[in-house]
Write a new protein. Structure first.
Length: 469
């Protein structure tokens, strides 16, 4: 089970002070980071399958089986199985808070071993940066959905592996006892996001009250974090405030860094609980040696990081100018605008490129030149209020974003469903107003996401692109 070890968190509630003006900000209590505690579930549904099943027949002489993604190994020792059994590893959805990657279902479920089976979990460098390997835990789920949380027995920082033993088959997931949250976030240039530490604790034991949550088995000290901890960001900046709780707020850079990514890091000092022997006098009796437990810095540090996926936003103005009745010199213009957030593809998660189109504005067409009379007709054109000849909505198609940096963006809006009336015209003083119907313009949009103002001239219209800060 998940138990208290020598290293642990010193969680401070001083950030909950209701009146910040009466808070002694010179004390260590006033220098804490915001910490949120999440209780791990006692039971959940079984995670749905996600990936390739791997099976292997293993007999009494033992054997080894590895998951399809190479993240989990099961080492079955000789004598663990009485007869040859088909062992399987099926990746499943990880349903545990602070979980890392997928979970894994071991089959046949419920199989018990005469000798413990070693389980090796291979973590990534990114997972190690999110939470140190020494603060990972293993969660085991039985066929009824009930969870058991246990410590890994060992870890290898060179091989990036965590090791433990199980005596029966069930589902397994890897989790982080502590994480900087949000773990990953998409932010526009110049946008802000608050960060905090999230810790998990096991559910209460049967003989505990509902409010009695066990401490974590390990972790850094969060006392004096504002004063002693090291906050950093590669491109943006982190600022700390106290009103009324401690807040660490990240602000994204105003220009796009190479790779379109940033990272927030928090480093905290590790503390250990030690017995300190001291002498004290009680009444008139002789001094008595007593053992007092106190927190002592270990000189070691634990680092946590969160990923920032940066995107750029632009205001795009499409201007459509057209000459009607060319022989009469009539010129009308129309304009629409929209904002677009450009989110490039994410290789690590294989997410495709994505655009978010919002703040669409349509303007009434304008007559910029009425033209001249011809054959006794002076053409008069009147715009129809509430109409617009440029068809723009939140749906786009044929998106192309190449791998260059900065990104070249290309997409177009689908064709309008039918013709519309944007103008009414007449021979002034001779004929009544008559509708002029036509298909709206469905523009193709092309620009470079380089955080610079730019104008792109297309056939029949122009595009003005301005970065949003």
């Amino acid at each position: 089970m998940l138990v208290l070890s020598t290293l642990f968190f010193s969680l401070d509630v001083c950030g909950q002070t209701e009146d910040p003006e009466e808070t002694d900000t010179t004390s260590t209590a006033a220098d804490s980071v915001e910490v949120r505690i999440t209780q791990l579930p006692d039971s959940t549904a079984i995670g749905v399958t996600e990936g390739q099943l791997v099976s292997k027949a293993i007999g009494a002489s033992g054997g080894k089986i590895t998951s399809d993604d190479g993240r989990v190994e099961l080492l079955v020792p000789a004598g663990a199985l009485a007869k040859t059994t088909t062992i399987s590893i099926q990746p499943i959805k990880n349903l545990v808070p602070n979980g890392n990657g997928q979970g894994y279902q071991f089959e046949p479920s419920g199989t018990r071993f005469v000798r413990p089976v070693e389980i090796i979990f291979h973590y990534s460098q990114k997972e190690n940066e999110t939470c140190p390997a020494s603060l990972h835990f293993m969660a085991i789920q039985d066929k009824n959905g009930k969870w058991e949380y246990i410590n890994y027995e060992d870890w290898d920082s060179t091989a990036k592996s965590l090791k433990g033993h199980i005596t029966h088959f069930s589902a397994m997931v890897d989790g982080s006892e502590v994480e900087l949250q949000p773990r990953e976030v998409d932010l526009g240039l110049g946008q802000k996001c608050p960060f905090y530490l999230q810790t998990v604790v096991p559910p209460p034991l049967p003989d505990q009250g509902v409010d009695e949550l066990p401490f974590l088995p390990g972790g850094p000290n969060v006392k004096s974090a504002m004063k002693d901890a090291i906050w950093s960001a590669k491109s943006g900046k982190v600022t700390k405030t106290w009103n009324p709780k401690v807040k660490a707020t990240y602000t994204a850079p105003t220009s796009m860094p190479a790779g379109r990514k940033d990272e927030v890091n928090l480093t905290l000092n590790m503390m250990t609980l030690q017995d300190v022997v001291s002498s004290r006098r009680v009444g008139k009796v002789k001094p008595k040696d007593v053992s007092i437990q106190k927190l002592v810095p270990t000189g070691e540090y634990a680092s946590f990081s969160s990923s920032i996926n940066l995107y750029s936003s632009y205001r795009v103005v499409v201007t459509h100018t057209e000459e009607y009745r060319k022989e009469m010199g009539l010129v009308v213009t129309d304009k629409s605008s929209f904002d677009v957030a450009v989110m490039p593809p994410k290789e690590e998660t294989k997410k495709p490129p994505l655009l978010s189109i919002y703040n669409i504005k349509r303007y009434t067409p304008q007559v910029v030149k009425q033209g001249h009379a011809r054959a006794g007709c002076k053409l008069k054109v009147v715009p129809v209020p509430g109409t617009n000849s440029i068809y723009i909505n939140s749906i786009y198609e044929n998106l192309e974003m190449n791998g260059s940096d900065p990104q070249e963006v290309s997409f177009n809006f689908p064709e309008a469903p039918s013709e519309q009336v944007f103008f009414k015209f007449q021979c002034a003083g001779k004929t009544p107003l008559a509708p002029l119907s036509e298909m709206p313009l469905s523009p193709s949009i092309k620009f470079i996401a380089n955080d610079q103002r730019q104008t792109v001239t297309m056939r029949g219209y122009s595009i003005e692109v301005t970065p949003i800060r």
